[in-house]
Design a binder for this molecule. Sequence first.
Ligand SMILES: Cc1cc2nc3c(=O)[nH]c(=O)nc-3n(C[C@H](O)[C@H](O)[C@H](O)COP(=O)(O)O)c2cc1C
Length: 390
Amino acid sequence: MFRFETAGESHGECLVATLTGLPAGVPVTLDCINRDLRRRQLGYGRGGRMKIETDTVEIVSGVRHSQTIGSPIAMIVRNRDWQNWTGILPVEDYEGSEEQKKRLDRPRPGHADLAGAIKYNYPEARYILERASARETTARVALGALAKSLLGQFGISVLSHVIAVGPVRLNRLAAWQELEALAVNPDLLLGCVDAEVEQQMKAVVDEAYRTGDTVGGVFEVVAHGVPVGLGSHITWDSRLDGRLAQAIVSIQAVKGVEIGHAEEGAASFGSKVQDTIHYDKQEHAFHRGANRAGGLEGGITNGQDVVVRGFLKPISTLRRPLESVDLPTRDAALAAYERSDVCVVPAAGVIGEAMVALVLAQAFLEKFGGDSLGETRRNYEGYIQQVKSY
Ligand SMILES: Cc1cc2nc3c(=O)[nH]c(=O)nc-3n(C[C@H](O)[C@H](O)[C@H](O)COP(=O)(O)O)c2cc1C
């Protein structure tokens, strides 16, 4: 069974990620994981924290001689900021620790602060912030890189780009080659494939900086090379569109998801929305008139690119804080401010890639199984043969 988990607090020692169920023999390099960790830290509009951290992964089990060995994989990413927090978040209590505590008494609207403090019965929200923070997604990105390593063995790649920041939107489709070019650009600005639109996006982020505000947007994740037949129509929880939607909305600040051109489709007539079916008798292959369905019909991949979009609300922590309540006194007060990002849409796209890769890897292994990569490959190739001769 392919399953994964993360642990770790935003200002704790490290983030931890575990993954069980990858077959033995999948090539893994630290470089591949670190490259995605680096990409998660890029983008115009990030706050001071990303300048402190240079995320690099340590693999502590499950990979030997650059390959998975079938046993659970455990990884850690250390928080450099931890050195400033050892007295604030100690594992063992000590005399005088109360004065060191960095209490979060004025919960920030839009964060888990208040609901979490009430639920876990804390008088203030420090421990809630520590786990709710999107720092946790560092571990998800490391896991996603492992999923990508498996998928890459079968010609499947997962990349992302930004299609909107605030009101500025990219109004054309992006080619796969454009996403490939973005993924290797070390000077990434806002992750948009169109330089002119990207400058307009930057102007929106600049305005947010100027006014002490924040801004959201939309990222698109594309999975290329996905075979027909992952996921299934037979039960609600095997439908891959639903599983992808959950994975994307589980990302901090993502409040909506779109598979293919769902929003546009909802405003159109059916004749303009469905992807027509055609057959090339020479090539003995089906092809489609368009890919508005985002590569999924009935919860099953149809062989086209899988296209999933995530809608991010603007970051909740504002330099110009919103109204809140001081928990000890219950008096009206302005919300707490902690060093914060202003725009994170490109980073959310990289996290979206990780979540899509993890869901696809899970569905892939459900279909093809295998304790070793060779076994998975045999099963996969047998199926592809079946599809070709359909
Ligand atoms: C990459 C990334 C970075 C984020 N950075 C911040 C941040 O610096 N400050 C902030 O207030 N929220 C940030 N968020 C969003 C919060 O983590 C999120 O809004 C909060 O945990 C509440 O969860 P919810 O918005 O999903 O309900 C970030 C989200 C992502 C995806």
